[in-house]
Structure formats: C-alpha cells, structure tokens
Design a protein around this ligand. Structure first.
Ligand code: BJW
Length: 235
C-alpha cells in the first residue's frame, strides 16, 4: 500500500481502467459470476453477449438485458466509484456498461463496451439510437427507421469497440504515468491490451483485485482485496 501511495503521489497523470469488479460491491454480478443467479443459471453470458446469440433468440437476450437494466437501476455507487469520482483529475476508462461512475459524480468516463442506457438498431447500416428508461425497460421492438431489431447499445464478442471511445482511451493511456487496473479479469481484448500499452510506454501499473488476474505479471503493485475498501484509502 505504501508503494502504491507513493506512485500516486508522484504521478502527474493517473488513469483508471476498470471492469465488473468495480461495481460488484454495489450488487451487480461480475461477468464471470453473472450466470450463477436464478433464471440465468442455465445460460452462459459469453453466449448471450454475441450477435449469434441475439439472432438465435432475440427475446431471450433482450430479456437478459432488461433484467440487468432493472438491477442496475436499483443499486447505488459504492465507495470505489465515489473515491474515483472525487479525484476529478483521474480519467476513468471502464469496460462496464452501468452508469455508476457517472452517478457517483465522475466527469471523465470513457465507456469501451457501450452503455445499457441506450438501444441501437442491430443493422450496421442504420444509425438509429434511442434512450431507454432503465427503471422501466421497454419490450423487444423493431427499429422505426429500418424495421430491424433494436438491441442494447453495448459491444458483443466479435464486434468493434466504438471508435471515439477507443481513440480517447488510447490517448489517455499514452499520457498516463500511473494506471490503476481495478476489478477486471483482463481476459477480454482489445480492452485488456491497454494495460500492456501503458506498461510498454513506462507507466506504473497498480492492480486492485480480489484475486490475481491475467494482468498480474504487468503489475508494479498488486493489491489483493475489495476495490471499495482499498480505493478510498489509496486515492
Ligand atoms: C473484484 C471485486 C471487488 C470481483 N473488488 N475486484 C486478441 C486475443 C484474443 C482474443 C481476442 C483478441 N481480440 C479480440 C478477441 C476476441 C474477443 C475476446 O477478447 N475474447 C476473449 C474472451 C479471449 N474480443 C472481442 O470480440 C472484442 N471485439 C473485437 O476484438 O473486435 C475486433 C474484431 C471484430 C470482428 C472481427 C475481428 C476483430 C469485443 C469484446 C466485447 C466484450 N463485451 C462484453 C459484454 C459487454 C456487454 C455486457 O455487459 O453485456 O464486455 S463481454 C464481458 O467481458 C463484458 C466485460 O466488459 C468484459 C470484461 O470482463 P471484466 O469486466 O473483466 O469482468 P470479469 O467478470 O471477467 O472479471 C471481474 C474481476 O473482478 C475478477 O477478476 C474478480 O476477481 C474481480 N472482482 N469483485 C475488486 N469487490
């Protein structure tokens, strides 16, 4: 902890890179745990979060997201979100599709895997999007512009990340001298590649996770524990 504090104190530019573990203490299941809860026990999130899964059963996948939307609407930011938000100089790159960093008051948030607050047309040639009331999510429905399905505005396996978000993330990584890697298994690419990118240009890497992850080998400091307990103390 002392070494991590010193690195943060000496840094001019700090960037956070977070995953599902950041929101776990708010009560949102991590991606790996997501299939262990109730109805969804029988489904593999890695299959639901694909274009193939959606086309095979659009109602099932849309219902999964509706349940998650309602789950996210019910919970609150935890001390880790609040600690990050209070450090207004930190640029937050997140893989999470929830809005808990925003609700904690964070101003600088880059969503690499999209947001659950919007639906978009499933046709790549149609650019229709629609805001969604997460408290009262709509039913699966058709795009009013082209008639294809509307779907959550998130990035599924095999899909490109939003170009503007990726460019902003690369820019932030290129400037940071400390990268806080929080609550991610670091197994999903290209997002996880940002950690190697930061390491390659000399940034110091501080990992906060309840267990070792695929990025452990890149860490200057690895703090094993809950983000909501470590981050308020650290930053
Ligand atoms: C705590 C805690 C507490 C718990 N405190 N810690 C290069 C190499 C190999 C493969 C690929 C590659 N490039 C692309 C790929 C394929 C694929 C991929 O990476 N597959 C891997 C599984 C191998 N990537 C893609 O398909 C990406 N697209 C792409 O590459 O496009 C280019 C292209 C397109 C077409 C053709 C060719 C190229 C897109 C990836 C999209 C990922 N989408 C999802 C779903 C988003 C929507 C939704 O949420 O439903 O994003 S998948 C899922 O994984 C979600 C997450 O954002 C993402 C990362 O997961 P995360 O956040 O790390 O969660 P967990 O559960 O894995 O880990 C939680 C961690 O928290 C754990 O470590 C716990 O210990 C910890 N924890 N409580 C601190 N309290």
């Amino acid at each position: 902890m002392d070494k991590a504090r010193q690195l943060i104190q000496d840094a001019d530019c700090i960037v956070s890179f977070s995953g599902a573990g950041l929101s776990a203490e708010s009560g949102i299941p991590t991606f790996r745990d997501a299939g262990t809860d109730g109805f969804w026990t029988n489904y593999d999130p890695q299959q639901l979060a694909t274009q193939e899964g959606f086309l095979a059963d659009p109602s099932l996948v849309y219902r999964w997201y509706s349940d998650r939307r309602q789950g996210i609407a019910k919970v609150k930011p935890n001390p880790a979100h609040i600690a990050l938000a209070q450090r207004t100089d930190i640029i937050n790159i997140t893989q999470n599709i929830d809005d808990l960093l925003h609700r904690a008051g964070a101003q600088q948030v880059i969503h690499l895997h999209g947001t659950i607050k919007t639906d978009k047309c499933n046709s790549s040639s149609c650019h229709y999007t629609e805001d969604v009331d997460v408290n009262n999510p709509p039913e699966l429905r058709r795009c009013p512009m082209c008639g294809d399905w509307l779907r959550p505005d998130v990035v599924w396996f095999g899909e490109m990340l939003p170009m503007a978000a990726w460019a902003a993330a690369e820019n932030a990584i290129g400037r940071c001298d400390v990268l806080l890697v929080i609550g991610t298994s670091a197994e999903v690419y290209p997002a996880a590649g940002l950690i190697q990118m930061a390491h390659s240009h000399g940034a110091r890497i501080i990992i906060i996770n309840t267990e070792p992850s695929a990025a452990s080998g890149l860490a200057d400091v690895e703090l094993i524990g809950k983000a909501g307990e470590i981050l308020p103390d650290l930053i």
